[in-house]
Design a protein. Sequence first.
Length: 154
Amino acid sequence: STVGMKPTVLLPQAADRHARGAQTHEVLTGSLIMFAVVALLGLFVFRYFGLTVLHALVGHAFDAAAPLLVTYGLAMVLLALTNALTAYGIATHRLAFTAPLLICTIGTLSAIAMIHPTLQAVVKILVFGNALGAVAVALSLSLQRNTSGRRSTV
């Protein structure tokens, strides 16, 4: 949940700097470093203490899901990364990421609808689709020029 809250902090800071004409990449860089630390910590906990976390949250009812925790956690980290990058794009008025992100989202949902022999396959599709979405948004932001005509440093 801390990883998911990053855009709440990132958006106002980046928007304020952008409005003043200041560089915004420092805000993004700091946010992404903090994001990576929290994400890696969460994945570490899922890897080594996943069953304990699962039991604390839902008891023993979902023990069969334990092998999926790390992979699903990775999918959610990638989704949170995409969310943070889109918040930055919105704050800095770089909105060209919307079309590639929409294509990735529709592609991921379509793949899940068509290819779902097991829950593990669905989670792997989520990882791939969310990774592709994060890369698409990051590339779009880095290629899009900001309002001053300079290329973004993202």
